[in-house]
Each structure stands twice: as C-alpha cells, then as structure tokens.
Write a protein that binds this ligand. Structure first.
Ligand code: PLP
Length: 384
C-alpha cells in the first residue's frame, strides 16, 4: 500500500494481494497442515493454530490500521481479553474501568482470582481515581473506551503518562470507538483490544476477538499465549471479520450520524431523564473526545439513555417496529439492549445497583437504516 493514504483507503487496502493468485480479497485457507518439502527449512506456515494465511491477512491489516507491530485474531472478544490477562503472573494486580462490560468482570472474579490475580475497578475518567486504587503490584490497566453502558470517555494520553511512570501497561478495549475513530497505540497505549463480534465484524454474523500490540516484546509474549492456549479465530471467521473491517469507515459514519440525531431527539423527550452520548456538548467526556478521537468522523454509534421509569422501558420494547431487542451491538440493524438483562447480567444485583445499572437504562446500537425511520420508531415507541 502506498505510504500516504486516507483512512477509508487504508481500511480497503490494508491487506496485500494474494501472492499466488493476485485475488483482490484474501482467499480462505482451510488447510490445517502444510507440506514441508525440506523439514529442516520449513515454510512460513506449518500448522493452523500457529499460523494461517487468512487469519494472518486480517491480523496484519489490523496491525497496520492500528499502528502496531502485530495483530492477533481470537475466537471471541473474551478470548482476546483472556489472552491479555494470561500475560500476568500470580500475585499481579490489574485496574479495570468500573463501567465495563459484565464479561470482563465475570472472568476476573470467576477465573483469574483463582490463579492469584487481583483486580480493582475504578472510574477511568480521571487519573486521581486510578491513583487511589494503584498498588505496588499493579501491572496493567484495562480501559474500556467508551465505557459500557454509560459511554465515559477515557483520556488515553493522560492515562498512559500516569501508568508508564509506574511501569503499568495500558490495554484499551476500544470495541465501542473502533479503529476508525481512534488508534490508542498512537496515543501511547501498549495493547488495543476489540470484540470483532461488534462493529468490526459489523453484520451480527461472526464471533471474534482482536488485539494489536505496539511493541515487539509484548507481541512476542502475546503470540506465545495465542499459540499455546489456542483460542484462535477460524479461517472462515477471519475472512468474514476482514470483510467487515474493509467497510467499517462507511458504516461508522452513517451509524454515528444517526446516533447523534437520536441523542439530540431524546434530549428533548419528556419520557427521558438522561441521555449519555459523547457527541452532546453537555456530556462530561465531550472535551476529551474532541481532543482524543477523530470526532469529525463521528462520536460512535452507541447511545445510552435513562427513562422516567422501568415501565416506560417495557412499553417502548413492545412498541418498537424496526429496532431489534437483545444482547449485541455493532450490526447493520439497530439493536436495543437493556443492560440489566443483557450486557450486565453477569454482575450481581448489588454490583448493578452500585453502578446505577437499573431497569430504566436503555442502550442503543444504531444500525444502517435510514435515520428518519429510526428516529420515528423511537418517537412512536416512547409516546406517553
Ligand atoms: N469488550 C466489549 C466492550 C464488549 O462489549 C464485549 C461483549 O459484549 C466484549 C469485549 C466481549 O466480546 P465477545 O462477545 O466477542 O466475546
């Protein structure tokens, strides 16, 4: 690819043409094993868990887009997060965004705590909060950006400056922002993670996880874990995710524009008490977003809001005609999730109460429908 390219072009052309066939999209290599005519001088691929050309095309494209040295594709977003925690040792401590998806908390509480890895949760809006929970054995901080479900915006450059002073690695789960709106490695983070199931896959038809490391030392350790633990993405799924990656900019622009319109409409709605959308000027993270993400491309496709009562949520759910209801986000269709029942069901009811994830909270992932239809759908579903 020519060295200077605009973002849309970079997403389309981030992979090499297939060297054998010159195919314009990466062929799907299902082979698990590769003939070694000279076993003492083996070819680049030998066994599919260790490396696969279709997965490799996706991993290399994402590394190029994110500005890192090496990409990794896993069987799910949770597999990518698990591989990151496997970088830690017994006795290590991690700090995690308190407003993060339930799966990460379930993994730390139910699995990694059994291996002597402890976690503290903190509001990643400010480094003062992080300083309060830092311990001498803190080795990494996992920042979810934007956070889920309340869309807090983390100041990645500031967090990096604070963390690196103490040799703490910064890992950013950038699923909600996507590599189109921000590349945290260019802001100094050490590792960027994505649930490829969401915006990057983009069509609600593939489960995947992705990671890119900024430096080769971390990349080598992560590769060891990917190969040793083996939670790799299949060639067919790697193909599907890669297809999604190529159209991400166009989808993000459309869905982000609709998200802003919906957020502005909801702000004035009598059934709504609070709208959480970083594109709104009164959102606490608006200034940080302007400084740290490519906001001229949009503020993302997620909007969260609070209704006057849980009863209104029930009514809204029964009236929506276009929007789908369930766990998930980042697809072509608008998806409404009720955090209490869906993305944060893995939390205990006490944890949900402390984090104010109650029955009146609604999270929307805007899709690719005509914005007029979607705004009209919410307007009719929320009528009092
Ligand atoms: N990270 C974020 C921000 C998520 O929202 C999710 C899932 O909801 C995950 C990671 C986990 O991804 P997956 O469902 O692909 O395992």
């Amino acid at each position: 690819m020519p060295t200077k390219s605009t973002p849309d072009t970079r997403f389309v052309h981030a992979h090499q043409l297939d060297p054998e066939s010159q195919a314009v999209v990466p062929p799907v290599y299902r082979a698990t094993t590769y003939h070694q005519a000279d076993p003492w001088n083996p070819p680049p691929f030998d066994y599919s868990r260790s490396g696969n050309p279709t997965r490799n095309a996706l991993e290399s494209a994402l590394a190029l887009i994110e500005g890192g040295v090496r990409g990794f594709a896993f069987a799910s977003g949770m597999a990518a997060i698990t591989a990151s925690f496997l970088l830690l040792e017994t006795g290590d401590h991690v700090i995690v965004s308190e407003d993060c998806q339930g799966g990460t908390q379930r993994l730390l509480r139910g699995v990694f705590s059994r291996f002597g890895i402890s976690a503290s949760y903190a509001n990643t809006d400010s480094v003062e909060h992080l300083e309060r929970v830092r311990r001498p054995n803190t080795k990494a901080i996992l920042v979810e950006n934007f956070s889920n479900p309340f869309l807090h915006v983390a100041d990645i450059p500031r967090i990096v400056r604070w963390a690196h002073k103490y040799d703490i690695d910064v890992w950013v789960d950038n699923t909600f922002i996507t590599p189109y709106l921000q590349n945290p490695l260019n802001l100094g983070a050490d590792l960027v993670l994505h649930s490829g199931t969401k915006m990057i896959g983009g069509h609600s038809d593939v489960t995947a996880g992705l990671a890119v490391a900024r430096e080769s030392g971390l990349a080598e350790r992560l590769y060891f874990i990917q190969n040793a633990a083996g939670a790799i993405l299949s060639p067919d799924d790697a193909y599907t995710v890669h297809r999604g990656l190529r159209t991400l900019p166009v989808r993000m622009r459309h869905a982000s524009a609709t998200a802003l319109e919906l957020a502005q409409t909801l702000q004035d709605h009598p059934a709504v008490t609070t709208v959480y959308y970083p594109g709104l000027q009164d959102h606490p993270g608006h200034e940080v977003a302007l400084r740290t993400i490519e906001t001229e491309r949009g503020f993302g496709q997620m909007v969260t809001f609070r209704l006057k009562s849980p009863d209104l949520v029930t009514k809204m759910a029964s009236r929506l005609r276009w929007a789908r209801i369930g766990a998930g986000l980042g697809g072509t269709e608008t998806i409404v999730s009720l955090p209490e029942l869906h993305c944060h069901a893995a939390l205990t009811s006490d944890e949900r109460r402390i984090r104010e994830i109650t029955g009146d909270v609604v999270r929307v992932s805007l899709g690719l429908e005509d914005p007029t239809d979607i705004i009209a759908d919410f307007s009719q579903a929320l009528r009092l």
